[in-house]
Design a protein around this ligand. Structure first.
Ligand code: UDP
Length: 192
């Protein structure tokens, strides 16, 4: 799909609907896919941390999560078609996953938030299978990754904030051929 480069970051340059359809196809085909939802903080952090920049540019897709990026792109005369937020993608994929009987693994946020998230997903998306959940405050990630490998979820949502979530995905995405996406504070928002 089309890309536009802003400050060295190649952003997806399609409409949100078109991008959703790209993801549906990847998930249906069980193609290992890493999506970075980059806000201006992430772009600035990447500028200052070359290793992180390298890591996120190795993702399959980077979407412009933040009106600042869309405005910046316009000023640089390389406009981006649409802002695509991690939170909106997350909610869309929960709905689509529910309609299509997919499975999802949720990693991130505080223990009480992830407990509440499980209840919210069970209630609002009853046909989405919860492969597993884990809070985002762990030292060793081996048991979590082992469980992801065992359950082979269609989607893995990692909400531990940047740069932790992208580093976790980059290191562990081999564990399951599905969608892996870092979504910041989205679990707090959905349960809040
Ligand atoms: N978080 C986590 N583990 C950590 C640090 C943070 O799971 O070690 C969670 C935190 O509880 C919150 C989210 O990550 O739910 C960070 O949200 P924020 O909006 O700050 O995301 P960012 O903008 O940093 O990506």
């Amino acid at each position: 799909s089309q890309k536009v480069s802003i400050l060295g970051i190649p952003f997806v340059n399609t409409t949100e609907t078109a991008f959703q359809n790209v993801l549906h196809e990847k998930i249906d085909q069980r193609i290992n896919t890493f999506v970075v939802t980059a806000n201006p903080e992430i772009v600035m952090y990447a500028k200052e941390h070359p290793a992180y920049q390298k890591l996120i540019t190795s993702a399959n897709y980077i979407v412009a999560d933040g009106i600042g990026i869309v405005i910046g792109a316009k000023m640089l005369k390389t406009p981006i078609k649409e802002r695509i937020t991690g939170y909106d993608l997350f909610i869309h994929l929960l709905e689509w996953g529910n309609d299509n009987h997919k499975s999802a693994y949720f990693i991130g946020a505080k223990a009480d938030v992830i407990r509440k998230l499980r209840k919210v997903v069970e209630k609002n998306y009853p046909d989405l299978q919860i492969a597993g959940t884990h809070d985002g405050y762990f030292g060793d990630d081996r048991n979590i990754v082992k469980d992801v490998r065992r359950t082979e979820p269609d989607m893995v949502f990692v909400a531990t904030g940047y740069p932790k979530q992208e580093e976790f995905i980059d290191k562990n995405r081999i564990a399951s051929n599905g969608l892996w996406m870092g979504i910041g504070g989205s679990f707090d928002v959905l349960t809040g």
